[in-house]
Design a binder for this molecule. Structure first.
Ligand code: HEM
Length: 501
């Protein structure tokens, strides 16, 4: 009986694959879909591209050179369209902006993202609009950002103090990655709930803080990742490698940490943090400002707002160390405009155009979200003359557009001067995305990155640890981190003694 069943399966499966292949070819021909690479396997399609190829933006860039700036893939049952030209990106975020304002519903988003109710993952509609409005007013408005200015100043000062400890009189070696992660992490978690999780001065509840930091870092490293089970329902159904079980366990740990923070603030609302404010809104509208909505906002701030800024500062420092003439020019600008007795403040950043150009050039070469965040079409649309059916996942390869020689002169060189004219067409540089779903945290990110970078340049002399240039290879991870964490030599400048007590 068992042998018969096996025989039947062996006979049936190839037939099933052939039939599915024929149907898929017929449907593709009936529609004018963007070109697609070979091989494409039955059921799995091009999912092999996700396996062991962490630098998807580079894989997609290579494919766009063969197939053109708009091509399509099949990830299991999902059609994926990858866009790599400014004109096609413009079409996505103008003509098709509303149609593409949805997000794919991946397993991570169900469990970590409170059943797709967070700002990043929520479908386009009233709930998402309310969250954006709430965030614009209560988190990212100038008034709110100014309210938290002292947190950013304090964390940057602590970083400067840490770095200056051994570098008062001579150059000392410093590991930048962990310092920068701690900086942006503490800024966001202090904004959210008044607590910090990194640094030597954390003494209270040490074990609790260490545990929370580890869980949050784990969520950060896996937060927006996708998995084959996202695209092949059968794999999800059998949970063949325990992926979804792992995600559920992690989401429970994270939820408990956020719940504990909320509970603490329910009893003591004196900190004037984001959670205190949301809890006071909860009192007047308990149904809308539920604990899940508040926890979702906290999750989004941590996931979208920490590694992105830290990675950008680390890339900027790496590029400056490899281009000492740019570093000197940026420092001269700060010294000339601010003198030698005044520590750079956020309000000074607009007076430092060259520094702004250094940041733009860093974001061009190393955008923290190289493929933006995936979009999904809510109805059929057309991009670059090709049909894009409803339910297609659309990925915009900003990394590829930022390095396209048809768009930029000498695209792989670090040249902040290219921004000196002050006009850059929006669809050439889209580090923060475009259209309705573009980054609402861009203003905060510009302040954190600007203040930290300007302070590091102003307060220290910087050198590489050897003659060898800093390795600029990208590593695994959602926010395109450096493969090799940055180490550098720094020596305090006199200003440190004058301004940091
Ligand atoms: C250098 C730092 C940052 C970069 C490069 C960056 C980039 C991006 C990009 C490319 C997107 C997706 C746009 C799209 O869907 O097409 C995005 C979305 C988002 N970012 Fe940022 N971001 C940064 C910092 C931040 C910060 C500091 C926060 C908040 C604390 C934040 C919060 C968000 C949120 C909530 C979304 C989702 C918006 C939505 O779906 O409606 N980001 N960001």
């Amino acid at each position: 009986m068992e042998a018969n069943l096996q025989l039947l399966l062996y006979a049936f499966l190839p037939l099933l694959f052939i039939t599915l292949g024929a149907i898929s070819r017929f449907r593709s021909k009936a529609r004018n879909l963007p070109p697609s690479p070979k091989p494409k396997f039955p059921l799995l399609g091009h999912l092999y591209l996700l396996k062991d190829k962490p630098l998807l933006h580079r894989t997609f860039d290579a494919l766009s050179k063969k197939l053109g700036p708009i091509f399509s893939l099949r990830f299991g049952s999902r059609l994926v369209v990858v866009v790599s030209s400014p004109s096609a990106a413009e079409e996505c975020f103008t003509t098709n902006d509303i149609i593409l304002a949805n997000r794919p519903q991946l397993i991570m988003g169900k469990h970590i993202g409170y059943n797709y109710t967070t700002m990043v993952l929520s479908p386009y509609g009233d709930h998402w609009r309310n969250l954006r409005k709430l965030a614009t007013l209560e988190i990212f408005s100038t008034t709110r950002l100014n309210m938290f200015l002292s947190i950013r100043r304090d964390e940057v000062n602590q970083l400067l103090r840490r770095l200056s400890k051994n570098s008062r009189h001579e150059f000392a070696k410093v590991e930048m990655k962990s310092n920068l992660t701690g900086l942006s992490f503490n800024i966001i978690t202090r904004m959210i709930g008044g607590e910090k999780y990194f640094g030597e001065d954390i003494v209270d509840n040490h074990a609790e803080t260490t545990y929370a930091r580890e869980v949050i870092l784990k969520v950060l490293s896996q937060g927006g990742a996708s998995h084959a089970a996202d695209f092949v329902p059968l794999l999800r159904w059998i949970d063949y490698d325990g992926y979804e079980k792992g995600v559920v366990a992690l989401s429970k740990q994270m939820d408990k940490i956020l719940e504990d923070i909320i509970d603490k603030h329910r009893h003591d609302q004196s900190k004037n943090s984001m959670v205190d404010h949301l809890l006071s809104l909860q009192k007047s509208e308990p149904d809308y400002y539920s604990d899940s909505i508040i926890k979702g906002l906290m999750t989004v701030m941590i996931l979208a707002g920490t590694d992105t800024s830290a990675a950008t500062i680390e890339w900027a420092m790496s590029l400056l160390l490899n281009n000492p003439d740019v570093l000197i020019k940026a420092r001269n600008e700060i010294d000339t405009i601010l003198g030698h007795d005044h520590l750079v403040e956020e309000s000074d950043l607009s007076k430092l155009p060259y520094l702004q150009n250094v940041i733009s050039e860093t974001l061009r070469l190393f955008p923290a979200a190289p493929l933006l965040v995936p979009h999904v079409s809510s109805s059929d649309c057309i991009i670059g003359g090709y049909d894009v059916p409803q339910g297609t996942m659309v990925l915009v390869n900003a990394w590829s557009i930022h390095r396209d020689e048809k768009v930029w002169d000498d695209p792989t060189s670090f040249k902040p001067e290219r921004f000196e004219s002050g006009v850059t067409e929006a669809y050439k540089l889209m580090s923060f995305g475009m259209g309705r779903r573009s980054c609402p945290g861009a203003g905060l990110a510009q302040r954190v990155v600007g203040l930290a970078l300007a302070s590091l340049i102003q307060c220290f002399e910087w050198e590489r640890i050897s003659e060898k240039k800093i390795d600029l290879t990208e590593g695994r991870g959602l926010t395109m981190p450096k493969l090799e964490p940055l180490e550098a030599m720094c020596r305090s400048r006199n200003i440190i003694d004058k301004v940091l007590v």
